[in-house]
Design a protein around this ligand. Structure first.
Ligand code: CTP
Ligand code: MG
Length: 229
């Protein structure tokens, strides 16, 4: 089946707190977002990679250094990740039967993991990677006192990449509410609520992380230099 990738690459990286949005930070001489782009376009089974960016001109400038930029499309992102994905889906070619959603802030995932997710999505309509929780989740009350505590082993962290039947994902985004657009963070939840599709949850490898806080930059450089990317 034909696979298209949606790569949200807008946003300001508030939690990282750097002057430059994190997708443009140079890691070992390359902007962070380029790692995922270069890997994805190298796969023969990937048709198109759609990037949603705040600064389309800057993004295109970086992409012009690629040997073959023909598989990459850049479109304008939005004020939330959901909005950026929604806009990117509008330019995803119709011929793509499977849509992968990933993050520009996640540089490397093994090809085996990508392929496994595509197979699960083809069978179940939606699939996403998970990791066990590291810390216990507690819910505070409005005064900052403990209200409730979750049993850690009953929950998982949802990670990306995630993969979907493209028709299902587009239908879910067309039904997204304003509340979801602003506060939602989870594509698997959108296809569950609006299309009644329960995603297959696939346990991911332990080195699955997103560059979110300053420490992650060190993890990123260390991991990428060990991989010799
Ligand atoms: N993203 C996007 N459009 C937005 C916000 C985020 O395309 N309006 C993208 C980011 O580029 C990132 C991915 O979604 O690759 C995951 O989002 P996150 O890590 O939350 O990035 P930011 O929103 O930029 O960071 P923060 O939440 O710390 O501000
Ligand atoms: Mg964010």
């Amino acid at each position: 089946s034909r696979v298209g990738v949606v790569l949200p690459a807008a946003g300001s990286g508030e939690r990282l707190g750097s002057a430059v949005p994190k997708q443009y930070i140079q890691i070992l001489g390359k902007p962070l977002f380029m790692y995922a782009v270069e890997q994805l376009i190298s796969f023969s089974w990937v048709k198109t990679v759609v990037l949603a960016a705040d600064d389309v001109a800057t993004m295109r400038h970086f992409l012009s250094s690629l040997d073959d930029p023909s598989k990459v499309v850049v479109t304008l992102g939005g004020t939330s990740r959901h909005e950026s994905i929604s806009r990117a889906l509008k330019v995803l070619p119709d011929e793509c039967e499977i849509a992968i959603v990933h993050d520009a802030a996640r540089p490397i995932v093994s090809e085996q993991v990508w392929k496994g997710l595509v197979l699960e999505a083809a069978e179940h309509g939606a699939a996403g990677l998970t990791r066990p929780l590291v810390s216990t989740v507690v819910q505070p009350d409005l005064n900052g006192f403990l209200h409730a505590t979750l049993v850690r082993k009953n929950f998982l962290n949802s990670e990306t990449p995630q993969a979907f039947s493209a028709a299902i994902l587009k239908a879910a985004y067309s039904k997204m509410s304003d509340e979801e657009r602003i506060n939602g963070t989870e594509c698997l939840d959108l296809v569950h609520r609006h299309c009644n599709v329960r995603a297959k949850l696939v346990p991911g490898p332990s080195d699955l992380w997103k560059v979110t806080i300053p420490r992650d930059l060190h993890v990123c450089e260390g991991t990428l230099s060990a991989l010799d990317c």
